[in-house]
Write a protein that binds this ligand. Structure first.
Ligand SMILES: [Zn+2]
Length: 261
């Protein structure tokens, strides 16, 4: 399923490997930006698209996602800045799990998905089948556990994994090639993973993005959606014979291996 015509999403590279996303409501030409580290390239796209920026949708408080909020508010006073975590600069509208936020006439539901940070949220546009996952879910990977543990992250990723398969996933960093290289060490015989790795390498070689992915693709290729995979578990138990094989232990070991990959 392609994203609905009512919404256009433009990835905007930020800093070294971050993505901000301009969400345009095509019915009203109003736009929102998911995360904002560097306002200048964002405003260049806003102007070239001829849309009105009305809101900032921050995913979490890290500097590479919200470090441009204050400068953006100076450039465009009156923006709505949604926020769940007090550490996000410039919040005008406080949100919570289940809150609805607007970009023009488009509506997104806030999902609380802690573990990378305690205040991390996603924005789920159910009608347009799109979710913005910041640093919780990447293509082929997940965020580091800075403020939560493996049990918390499994729960957060589980909420995302339960979204419809066709949901487009817009993630916070271009880490896909490295993520899939790591994934292959755990599931060398996963054919979907091998194919996606080749595709991602081609995209990067051609100077293209690997975003968005889909929930379906992540279920097939992402080790952090695949703690139940038999091949992944066999790889781990062959290397770590005393590893308990409950979901949280499998996930925690996978995360620990990625941390030092
Ligand atoms: Zn982060």
């Amino acid at each position: 399923m392609e994203p609905a015509d009512s919404m256009k999403v433009i990835p905007i590279p930020q800093l070294s490997d971050n993505y901000a996303y301009l969400i345009i409501d095509t019915a009203t030409d109003k736009a929102g930006i998911v995360d904002c580290a560097e306002p200048a390239p964002i405003l260049a796209v806003v102007d070239s698209e001829g849309v009105e920026l009305t809101s900032i949708l921050p995913t979490h408080h890290h500097f590479d996602h919200v470090g441009g909020n204050d400068e953006m508010l100076k450039a465009r006073p009156g923006l709505t800045v949604y926020g769940f975590d007090d550490r996000v600069p410039g919040i005008t509208d406080r949100v919570d799990e289940g809150s609805l936020v607007s970009v023009g006439e488009l509506k997104a539901r806030v999902m609380s998905i802690p573990a990378h940070t305690t205040g991390h949220i996603a924005y789920y546009f159910e009608n347009e089948a799109a979710v913005f996952t910041g640093d919780t879910l990447f293509a082929g990977g997940c965020g580091r556990l800075f403020e939560g543990d493996a049990a918390m992250m499994i729960k957060s990723l589980g909420k995302l994994r339960d979204l419809p398969n066709e949901t487009q996933v817009y993630f916070g960093h271009e880490y896909t090639e490295n993520n899939l290289r790591f994934a292959s060490t755990l599931e060398p015989n996963n054919q979907s993973l091998t194919e996606k790795r080749a595709w991602a390498a081609g995209q990067i070689q051609d100077g293209k993005f690997t975003t968005p992915t889909t929930i379906a693709s992540e279920k097939e290729t992402n080790p952090f959606f695949r703690w139940e995979s038999e091949e992944l578990r066999n790889t781990l138990s062959a290397q770590f014979s005393d590893l308990p094989m409950d979901d949280v232990s499998v996930f925690a070991k996978t995360r620990a291996l990625k941390d030092s990959f």
